[in-house]
Design a protein around this ligand. Structure first.
Ligand code: NAD
Length: 255
């Protein structure tokens, strides 16, 4: 067990799966007091018991529920030092502007962008009082690159997360609050593994674009979140923090 977050109170949204789950485990390993917010109440209760953390069932698109999530962290542990705003939904089938409907667009903006706005607003209320805090908002490599296999509503939402994080980082820099946008590259997940195993050609095509030639493990992204959450990143704010295996730096020619 480490001590890099000893005495810190962290809130993670979307903590029941993938990157959020790996980060939840890492934060607790480093001594944080943890509050997990997620719609998945069953997984949340199990995880809270495993990590000796607090779980709050929350839909991150609901302003009152988001306020209650951060209030719970403060009431239970006495401060709100870290906010990892990370919950998401993935694009539905047919992510092209030519195929996706307006309802899909609105839903994607609500869950993947408005939620981040709400979580930042709720966290800032406590962090401004404390004059201390680190906010990490999960964007994506698709916030800085266009996807040829288009998923326009997702890409636009993640671009919004990046712009919002940058501006908040600038606005609150002199209040002791850092705000960074985490931009992960493609990460392994059970679903992605299953799909790609059944489509080896698609996997090969995708791997051509990743200089490291593989997807990230959730734990590798969690290490970056830990860095941004801890004092080791004390001079980093308003950043576009790419953890992408080199994708954004590559000029790729087909072989
Ligand atoms: P995931 O789909 O594995 O987990 C998302 C979590 O969010 C789940 O626990 C889910 O229950 C929760 N959630 C969904 N809707 C919610 C809502 N309305 N309110 C509260 N909780 C809700 O996600 P992941 O793949 O680990 O991705 C985490 C973040 O990283 C996301 O913001 C995603 O866009 C971003 N990202 C992922 C990848 C990747 O390849 N996995 C790549 C780039 C960026």
């Amino acid at each position: 067990m480490g001590t890099r977050l000893l005495g810190r109170v962290a809130v993670i949204t979307g903590g029941c799966a993938g990157i959020g789950l790996a980060t939840a485990r890492r934060f607790v390993d480093e001594g944080a007091k943890l509050v997990i917010g997620d719609v998945n109440a069953e997984a949340g209760a199990t995880l809270a018991a495993e990590l000796d953390a607090t779980f709050v069932a929350v839909d991150v698109t609901d302003a009152e529920q988001v306020e209650a999530l951060f209030q719970t962290a403060f009431d239970t542990y006495g401060s709100v030092d870290i906010a990892f705003n990370n919950a998401e939904i993935l694009p539905l089938e047919g992510g092209s502007i030519l195929a996706a409907g307006l309802d899909d667009w609105h839903r994607m903006q609500e869950v993947n962008l408005t939620s981040v706005y709400l979580c930042c607003k709720a966290a800032l209320r406590f962090m401004l009082e404390q004059k201390r805090g680190s906010i990490i908002n999960t964007a994506s490599y698709l916030a800085v690159l266009g996807s040829a296999d288009s998923r326009i509503a997702y890409t636009a939402a993640k671009g919004g997360v990046l712009a919002l994080s940058r501006e908040l980082g600038v606005q609150f820099a002199r209040d002791g609050i850092r705000v960074n946008a985490l931009c992960p590259g493609p990460v392994t997940s059970p679903l992605a593994q299953e799909v790609l195993a059944s489509e080896p050609d698609a996997l090969e095509r995708q791997l051509v674009h990743i200089p490291m030639g593989r997807f990230a493990e959730p734990q590798e992204i969690a290490s970056a979140v830990l860095f941004l959450a801890s004092d080791e990143s004390s001079f980093i704010t308003a950043s576009q923090f790419l953890v992408d295996g080199g994708i954004a730096g590559a000029y790729v020619t087909p072989t």
